[in-house]
Design a protein around this ligand. Sequence first.
Ligand SMILES: [Fe+2]
Ligand SMILES: [Fe+2]
Length: 134
Amino acid sequence: MERAYLQWTPEMSTGKAAVDEQHRKLIEVINRLLARSTGPDGRNEAFSALKDLDEYVREHFAQEERHMLAVRFPGYAAHKAEHDEMRATVATLRASIRSAENVFGATVAILPRWLERHLMGADREFAAFLSSDA
Ligand SMILES: [Fe+2]
Ligand SMILES: [Fe+2]
């Protein structure tokens, strides 16, 4: 069993099952990337896990941003800025995976705390806006 670096908790719940499901998947992909990056065959294993994370992050963030725009969420710009930060981090990881191990290791280590903060902060804020609007 792979170690779970980040665990989903009820404090991350948005109250929307479909969104929570996507967030659990993000956590799973990050955990897999972290587990693979520290293994003996880290590079190859991490490579596919990083590709998955990149794809999943793009898809989930784009969907969330479309939703925020559609309902004219006033916190859109700040929320998108957090997504941009994560997209930049993933781009750094993709650029560094084959070269500087120190950069890769240090960058990969920030993923769990970043996601935890985002899920409990920005994503719950948007969820609260959606339910107050209903
Ligand atoms: Fe978000
Ligand atoms: Fe999200």
